[in-house]
Design a protein around this ligand. Structure first.
Ligand code: FAD
Length: 382
């Protein structure tokens, strides 16, 4: 049910192959039997429950170890069997990695062990109503007031909004300085002035919503990194995690391909299995080839990051853009092979169809990844 590590073995250490085997058991035993949450409220409860399970059994450890290939192996497996569990893992990474990268040891010691044990749910609050792709346009302000900062502003499309225990928040400490005026803060969810405004309900189970900071006071030592360096910290975080988005997409695509293959072998029309029709075979061949290419890009980027590269911006952008676009096509192809069954709401392939779409958007849209890639090539004079 989960992707085979063999095609990407060249990029993996033995511990990653062992991790994939343990994840296969987790997927089959604990995750596959879970029912899909009936609505957004149920998804929120299920997300907290999944976090507790993942944390208690050590599945979040690759985040703490900054083992990016381990994170990719995990997201591939979770994406294949439970996109909600994958989202839980993803957000725990996104909200916690800024703490790992910044040099605020007290804050790291206070929150990271809790986050990795699944007892504290993380969230990453960057997007605003007027600042999506254009992060530098964000308007949430953090005004220094003695030993505190006072945060005001609204964040939208925030995963885990309303259920997180802490938010990694990007806010401007110097609005005139644009991206160089953005700082990053750790804001506990129970800080007075932090308000969950509303849920934003997705077509796939995924807790999402809007939060407001209404004069929320946080101690000055809750700033992560230097003043004005929040944008760079955010980019470094995304650099490391974008390949893992590609990995989740590959997991979903691999599951869709497996479902399509099983169906093509058994479904008979015109007196023979679908698998014997060359048009179906061509579709399957394209799906499998695209998936393998996507996985190679994903694990190449993660391998570079694990090798200690300071930035893997180009590799991560290629991996995320290609893998998420390919996964969308592969899942759509699987629906086509399934025919009418593929659009029934309780079919795994239909659930994947709804889940995979957002991956082309969050952590930087495909268009933004393409701008990053072209920017690198043009700057290098290639
Ligand atoms: C499921 C989900 C979970 C999310 N979770 C989080 C989260 O936890 N934290 C968080 O901070 N944010 C989160 N987001 C928000 C996400 O990061 C943004 O949606 C994304 O960055 C795009 O911003 P936008 O939606 O405002 O679109 P816009 O920036 O308005 O873009 C709209 C379209 O215009 C295109 N576009 C924009 N600029 C250009 C350009 N220069 N050239 C070409 N095309 C362009 C985009 O590619 C896109 O196709 C989440 C989003 C989703 C869907």
């Amino acid at each position: 049910m989960i992707p085979d590590p063999v095609p990407v073995r060249a990029f993996l250490a033995d511990r990653h192959v062992a991790l994939a085997e343990r994840l296969a058991a987790l997927a089959a035993r604990d995750l596959a039997p879970l029912p899909a949450p009936a609505d957004d409220a149920a998804a929120r409860v299920a997300a907290r429950d999944l976090l507790a399970r993942l944390g208690a059994d050590g599945w979040l450890d690759p985040i703490g170890a900054q083992d990016w290939r381990g994170c990719c192996i995990t997201r591939e497996a979770l994406g294949a069997v439970s996109p909600l569990a994958d989202a839980v893992f993803a957000l725990q990474g996104l909200g916690t990695v800024p703490l790992l990268l910044a040099d605020n040891a007290d804050l790291r010691d206070r929150w990271v062990p809790e986050a990795l044990a699944g007892r504290a749910m993380a969230a990453f609050a960057m997007t605003e109503p007027e600042a999506g792709s254009d992060v530098a346009a964000l308007r949430t302000a953090a005004r220094r007031d003695g030993a505190h900062y006072v945060l005001t502003g609204v964040k939208t499309l925030i995963s885990n909004a309303g259920i997180a225990d802490f938010y990694t928040v990007f806010a401007s400490t110097d609005p005139a300085a644009g991206s160089r005026g953005i700082s990053c803060f750790l804001v506990p969810a129970d800080t007075p002035g932090v308000r969950f405004v509303r849920a934003q309900v997705l077509s796939a189970p995924h807790p999402l919503g809007e939060i407001e900071f209404a004069d929320a006071r946080v101690p000055a030592d809750h700033r992560l990194g230097a003043e004005g360096r929040g944008f760079v910290l955010g980019l470094k975080t995304l650099d490391r995690l974008r390949a893992t988005v590609g990995a989740a997409a590959c997991g979903m695509a691999a599951r869709a391909l497996a479902e399509a293959l099983a169906h093509a072998r058994t479904r008979r029309q015109f007196g023979k299995p679908l698998a014997e029709f060359q048009l179906v075979q061509a579709r399957i061949a394209r799906m499998a080839t695209d998936l393998t290419a996507a996985r190679l890009l994903v694990y190449r980027a993660a391998w570079d990051a694990d090798g200690g590269a300071e930035r893997v911006t180009l590799e991560a952008a290629m991996a995320k853009a290609f893998a998420t676009e390919a996964a969308q096509r592969i899942v759509d192809d699987a629906v086509q092979i399934l025919g009418g069954r593929g659009v029934l709401a309780d079919h795994p392939v239909d659930r994947l169809y709804r889940a995979v779409r957002a991956l082309r958007i969050y952590e930087g849209t495909t268009e933004i990844q393409h701008l990053v890639i072209a920017g690198h090539l043009l700057a290098d004079g290639a």
